[in-house]
Design a protein around this ligand. Sequence first.
Ligand SMILES: Cc1cc2nc3c(=O)[nH]c(=O)nc-3n(C[C@H](O)[C@H](O)[C@H](O)COP(=O)(O)OP(=O)(O)OC[C@H]3O[C@@H](n4cnc5c(N)ncnc54)[C@H](O)[C@@H]3O)c2cc1C
Length: 256
Amino acid sequence: MAVPLGTTGPDSAARVRWRLAEVAAVVDETPRVRSLFLTVPGWPGHRAGQHLDLRLTAEDGYRAQRSYSIASPPEDPRIALAVERIEDGEVSPYLAGEVRVGDKLELRGPIGGYFVWNAAAGGPLLLVAGGSGVAPLMAMLRHRAAARSDVPTTLLYSSRSFEEILFREELDRLAAADPSLRVVHALTRSQPEGWAGQRRRIDAEMLEEAAGLPLPEALAFVCGPTRLVENVAIDLLTLGYKAHRVKTERFGPSGS
Ligand SMILES: Cc1cc2nc3c(=O)[nH]c(=O)nc-3n(C[C@H](O)[C@H](O)[C@H](O)COP(=O)(O)OP(=O)(O)OC[C@H]3O[C@@H](n4cnc5c(N)ncnc54)[C@H](O)[C@@H]3O)c2cc1C
């Protein structure tokens, strides 16, 4: 089992070394997102919120490298990634479409010591995600559950449609089992009939209503497309969150 690392990171030599991981399972989570479960011999362990670098090498030697957040908690011996297929992308269509169980992938990590949370850090926690940006926040929620933490936590999660909500059933289960966890969905493009949740992009009003957390002591983690992350960070500062308590991770350029 991977060793939870608390507040200290694995040594830097282990983090920069490229390792050969094996794909142990693939799961289609939504029409555009696939989870890859990897076994990584010698993995030094990680903290919830960290990411890794993955590199692909073509037969002619051409290499492409991208970052992916680790969606599995430190307690889990397998590394889980949630890769969203970007239609004209170089790497994600391969990872989210072509990769098969038993394939080998080169990766290095874990990377990042800023966008991380562990149960000992406490809260209250406000997690805000857009699309596949929920991946590192899922590692935090899974770690929170494994550590039996009851830190008051809200996940405000923006997806285009009901079908595109990543980890929906697991989130429902976690929230149903834990009165200190609140999960609020916003569907920006289409909503099923009778949808009682939010139906627009995340804005200051929604953050204030949905969070239901005492300010300004809440600790916020915001992850997703660049525009969402930047807008939410500005809204949180306007609402009185302390700048050093708002942590952000940008996945890419698109809006959501
Ligand atoms: C720290 C970090 C963690 C990340 N974690 C994840 C993760 O857990 N899951 C995940 O799916 N992605 C994640 N990403 C994004 C990932 O690294 C790639 O950028 C993404 O998979 C696209 O790569 P590509 O080669 O398919 O597209 P590229 O060939 O790099 O780009 C193709 C086109 O798509 C645009 N584009 C690139 N990235 C995105 C994006 N994210 N959304 C919309 N348009 C984009 C580009 O501007 C370009 O026009 C993360 C990025 C960072 C920096």
